[in-house]
Design a protein around this ligand. Structure first.
Ligand code: ATP
Ligand code: MG
Length: 308
């Protein structure tokens, strides 16, 4: 039987009359990398803040590491979770060491344990520079890696990472995800939000949020397999002029027509045979049937707002 690190039942968070999170239920397995995706304002950060014991939900139940979350028990929950927040990570004007020592003081980690833990975590991220470096002088990727180790200094079982790679260069994003994978292999449960679909591919399962509601939850490959009933085509216009012609014709033939760099991902309208579309546009573009990407899934479920 699956063991769960996080269980959420009918969670609601209201700000005034507005529901930031509306009747959301899901469970996160121990050791899983759980992706929490959705457009801006979907309710991701609000959910994380509840799960970290930072805000009390309007209604619903939360269980963290088998402990029922009730008012007054937040302190206990906080010891079990690490939180790398979306906006604030480290104090820019303090050194790496000062930041980590400050975190340790807040977490009441004894000095001896803290220094062993710092050593272990610097090795984990492969950091061998001086701890006296001021955080503002670090490249953004390295800053996020230090922020990650600050969030797990107290060795929590569950780590919440809220857009940890926003604004980080692609090579550094890959490095960061390597760390996330290694943490998961070491038995940590990772709850992560991202707007990068290539990163979401690394998740064991993905929850999709829209306007405060959970609209899908499955493994990336299942989401890709089950979201579209129709063939997706990759259309590549032969030149700029052909591109204009294709865009002009798109409304006539396609129910989905999304730009992807120089290409388009498209689905033929239900009442039009695929062959008809192919003979109509094959002079102006190359046409190839493809498997949907997570980006396609996101576009359909989140941006078109089609629910389960
Ligand atoms: N303290 C608050 N008071 C009032 N409204 C709030 C508060 N916190 C969040 N909201 C609103 O709740 C909604 C969900 O916000 P939340 O930050 O959870 O979204 P998100 O999915 O994390 O978005 P993003 O991808 O931009 O980080 C938004 O409309 C936001 O403006
Ligand atoms: Mg957010």
């Amino acid at each position: 039987m699956d063991k769960f690190a996080v269980t959420v039942n009918h969670l609601c968070v209201q700000f005034g009359n507005f529901y930031a999170v509306k009747d959301v239920s899901f469970s996160v397995r121990v050791g899983e990398i759980f992706g929490f995706l959705g457009a801006n304002g979907a309710g991701k950060t609000t959910t994380i803040r509840v799960l970290c014991g930072l805000i009390v939900p309007t209604s619903g139940e939360v269980t963290i590491d088998s402990e029922h979350f009730t008012k007054g028990k937040e302190g206990h929950i906080k010891r079990k979770v690490g939180y790398m927040s979306q906006k604030f990570t480290l104090y820019d004007d303090l050194s790496i060491e000062e930041n980590l020592d400050f975190t340790a003081a807040l977490r009441q980690i004894p000095a001896k344990i803290c220094s062993a833990r710092k050593k272990e975590l610097f090795e984990f991220i492969g950091f061998d520079k001086s701890q006296d470096i001021i955080v503002a002088d670090l490249p953004s990727g390295q800053k996020q890696e230090i922020a990650l180790i600050a969030s797990i200094l107290h060795d929590p079982k569950i780590v919440f990472l809220d857009e940890p790679t926003a604004g980080v260069a692609p090579a550094s994003r890959m490095r960061f995800w390597n760390l996330v994978n290694r943490l998961s292999q070491a038995g940590k449960t990772i709850f992560v939000t991202t707007h990068y679909m290539d990163e979401a591919e690394n998740c064991n399962r993905i929850a999709l949020m829209r306007h405060g509601e959970l609209i899908a939850l499955d493994a990336p490959e299942n989401l890709k397999r089950n979201t579209y009933q129709k063939q997706i085509y990759l259309l590549t216009p032969r030149d700029k002029n052909c591109q204009k012609l294709l865009v002009n014709q798109s409304q006539e033939y396609f129910s989905m027509f999304e730009p992807y760099g120089q290409h388009f991902h498209a689905i033929v309208k239900d009442d039009i045979p695929d062959e008809k579309m192919i003979s109509a546009v094959s002079d102006i573009c190359s046409i190839k049937g493809i498997e949907p990407s997570l980006e396609d899934v996101f576009v359909k479920l989140v941006e078109e707002g089609i629910t389960r």
